[in-house]
Write a protein that binds this ligand. Sequence first.
Ligand code: THU
Length: 132
Amino acid sequence: MIDIEQLIEETIANKENSYSPYSNFRVSASLVTKDGEVFRGVNIENASYSPTICAERSAIAGAVSSGKRSFDTIIITGDSDMTFPCGVCRQVMAEFFDEDTKIIIANSKEDYKTYTLEDILPFGFGKKDLDD
Ligand code: THU
């Protein structure tokens, strides 16, 4: 079992690895697979701006690159009060998360909220639409 509060603290600490010299806005994510492995992600910016990758997509890319596609939880923390994922990250989450995947937005281990993909991306487009 993962210790969510411990993982929130580690996720906040890992903001130090954010590469965000242009925005100075750090984001950190920890993605827990259904089999209990943890993949980290931070935002990685670029002088050309548009190649910037968000923390959430960094974490998902790392996990998928290691053959993991089933996710229990993602913890997201950033430099604002309750940093929610951007629209692009929500769409990438929709590709891999199921209805039970917990999306935890954290300010601290005492102050966090848990959502589902349906909460943050209602009426989304996905694989199911291509099967119709
Ligand atoms: N950012 C993330 O990493 N995740 C989000 O969901 C929101 C935005 C990053 C991108 C950029 O490096 C910085 O935050 C400011 O937009």
